[in-house]
Write a protein that binds this ligand. Structure first.
Ligand SMILES: *Cc1c(COP(=O)(O)O)cnc(C)c1O
Length: 371
């Protein structure tokens, strides 16, 4: 490739990581014989076991996507009334609550790692509160100890949205093991993916059958339908992709780590940026590279434009806040979340990105950033 091609090539914000084509074909070839394409086939069962080992958690249930995993978790926990959650998240988290006729109560985030501010949760608890739904945003771990203490004291359920946090460990313990249930997304853009897909992880045996019923119409036998379940089954092609990707996940996370270290090295001293702080107790999965543009929304938007003019497609993730979506009518007062949302850009990051590409992004930011 000539130098000018490299200079002009577009850099997307993310790009799904893929196994070798032949590896995937070998994995799915037997399906043409067996014709067992869905309904807890060999690959779904195998991937559940492989993930239980990988995440050091007694139970993993696979679903067709992360969003339906959230809705299923809400059903299985029997949540009612109000749920305390974060405004700094993807639409799915809040939509899941509303689609299940629950009332989201927004707790502001802390300005350090952008997860739910545990010091503000208790003031929001009422007689109608049934659960807390925090998000390990960007793979940053929530204050899981404080959340557990509050949940115990008030008898609340805890459902974690860990869509960003596959493989993250906290104090040597996998993120999949906290709360009553933890949801993962295995969408193509996530660190580990099954094209589309999701999972619930948990310790309590009694959730196994409840989830199986919820994802397959409540059918429990050839002539028995025990509950009004929906359909959220993962199929064999998704699970086969997951098995191929799981075999390479450590290599992929390591590629991400090296790119993140390069970004850190290049951007650390830029006075107009604030980088994501990674906690000492946390083993990261390097899912995203968020930076805050300290001059505010105008400066952030100008930086987005400069990046776009240079073929670099960064993302304002998350802007607007869910509390400001046109489809809602909330009037939550969440100054920290608003502050971060007005300043954040997530920079391109994916395993196949090259160091030269990281340098190109950094060059554009460092040259244009002080305007
Ligand atoms: C991706 C994502 C989801 C939804 O997962 P899907 O698999 O896309 O349905 C939920 N919450 C957060 C924070 C996400 O990033």
């Amino acid at each position: 490739m000539s130098g000018s091609n490299v200079e002009n090539a577009m850099i997307p914000v993310t790009r799904p990581s893929m196994p070798e084509f032949e590896t995937y074909v070998d994995m799915i070839r037997p399906l043409w014989e067996s014709r067992h394409l869905s309904n807890r086939g060999e690959h779904v069962r195998a991937l559940e076991e492989e993930l239980e080992q990988r995440l050091h958690v007694p139970h993993v249930s696979l679903l067709t996507n992360g969003h339906l995993a959230l809705e299923t978790a809400i059903d299985v926990l029997g949540l009612t009334g109000e749920v305390i959650t974060t405004p700094f998240t993807f639409a799915s988290t809040t939509h899941a609550l509303l689609r299940k006729q629950l009332t989201p109560v927004f707790c502001d985030i802390n300005p350090i790692d952008y997860t739910i501010d545990v010091n503000q949760i208790e003031a929001l608890i009422t007689e109608r509160t049934s659960a807390i739904l925090p998000v390990h945003v960007y793979g940053n771990v929530c204050d899981v100890e404080a959340i557990e203490r509050i949940a115990k004291r008030y008898g609340l359920h805890v459902l974690y949205d860990a869509a960003h946090a596959f493989g993250v460990r906290h104090d040597g313990r996998d993120i999949a093991t906290f709360g009553d249930l933890t949801m993962f997304s295995f969408h193509a853009t996530k660190v580990f993916h099954t094209i589309e897909g999701g999972a619930l992880t948990f310790q309590d045996d009694r959730f196994v059958h409840a989830i199986h019923q919820a994802v397959n119409f409540g059918i429990t036998g050839p002539e028995t339908v025990e509950s009004v379940g929906g359909n959220a089954k993962m199929n064999e092609f998704q699970a086969a992709m997951g098995r191929c990707n799981l075999a390479r996940i450590d290599i992929e996370i390591d590629k991400r780590r090296r790119l993140v270290e390069r970004y850190d090295e290049r951007l650390r001293d830029a006075p107009f940026l604030r980088l994501n702080i990674r906690n000492e107790q946390t083993t990261s999965n390097y899912a995203y590279y968020p930076v805050l543009v300290m001059s505010g929304r105008g400066g952030r938007d100008r930086m987005m434009e400069t990046l776009a003019q240079n073929g670099i497609l960064a993302r304002k993730y998350f802007y607007p806040l869910v509390t400001d979506f046109d489809c809602y009518t909330f009037d939550a007062i969440v100054p920290n979340a608003t502050y971060v949302s007005d300043r954040v850009i997530t920079l391109p990051l994916y395993p196949d990105m090259t160091m030269e590409m990281v340098d190109r992004v950094c060059d554009v930011i460092l040259e244009g950033g002080n305007e």
